[in-house]
Design a protein around this ligand. Sequence first.
Ligand code: GLU
Length: 294
Amino acid sequence: MNPPIFRFAPSPNGRLHLGHAYSALLNQRLADAAGGRLLLRVEDIDTTRCTPEFEAGIFDDLHWLGMRWEEPVRRQSEHFSGYEQSLRRLMDENLVYPAFMSRGEMRTYIVEQEASGKNWPRDPDGVPLYPGLDKALSEKKRTALIDEGRPFAWRLDMAAALARIGRPLAWTEFSADDLSVLNQVEARPQDWGDVILARRDTPTSYHLSVVADDALQGITQVVRGLDLFAATAVHRVLQELLGLPAPLYHHHRLILGPDGRKLSKSLRDTGIATLRGNGAAPGDIRRMIGLDPF
Ligand code: GLU
C-alpha cells in the first residue's frame, strides 16, 4: 500500500500563531505515526497580502518547531495557469457566471429584501449569500459589461452544479487517534450559495486551488482546523465537477485566545516568533497547545 500523504498549507499573509503550530505539528505527528509523507504548500494566491518575507518567516518558525517536509515546496502563485484550466472547464460547462454586483449593491439589495420581513440567508461563515441576479444576463450583455471594464468575479452556479452532480454528497472524516476510524459527514454545499471561484485579476480562489492541488499532489489525508469544516462541502462539489479524488479529512480543534476567540495573525502575543523572542523553547509551544512531545 502507498504511504498516506499529508500536507500543511499556510498562507504567507502574516506570521504563524499557536493555531498554525498546532495544525503543522499535528500533521507531522499523524504522518510520522502512519509512516506517511508530509508536504508543505504555500497558499499565496493573494499576491497583494502574501509576501516573500512572511513566507521566509513561516519556514523559519516551522524549522524551529522541528517540522520536516519534502522539497520542493509547491507555491500556488507559480501555478495560476493550471488553476485557470480548471476554471475554463467549469466555464465550458456553463457552471460559472460573471457576477457583477459590488459589495455595496449587494448590501442595498439585501436590506431591501429584508425590509419586506424575510431574513436573507447567510453562509456558515455568516456572510450573506450572493443574490445571483446576473445569472439571468444574456451572453451579449455579459460580454458588453466585461468589455466595458466592469469589475466582476466568477461565481459557481451552485444550483446548476448540484443538479449536474445529481446526488447528495458526503465526505469521510477520520479520527486523529486512529486513522482507520472513519465517519461519513453529510455535505451541505447549498448553504454556501454561489461561491467565488476566481476574480478578474486572480484566475483562482482558495476553494479552486486547494481542491486542484490536493489532487495534483496526491494528498490522501487533509488535516486542518475546524474553521474549514463547512467549506469541505464546497470542496466536495468541485472534486465531483472536475473528476478529482476526494481525500480523507480530519478537522482539528481550534486553539483559542485568552478571550475565547479564534486566533488571528495580528494577535502578537500568540505569534510563534514573539513567543520564541520571549525565550520560549519548542517544547513550551507543544505544551501550550496540548501536543506534548512523543
Ligand atoms: N491556506 C489555508 C489557511 O492558511 C489552509 C487551507 C487548508 O488547509 O485547506 O488557512
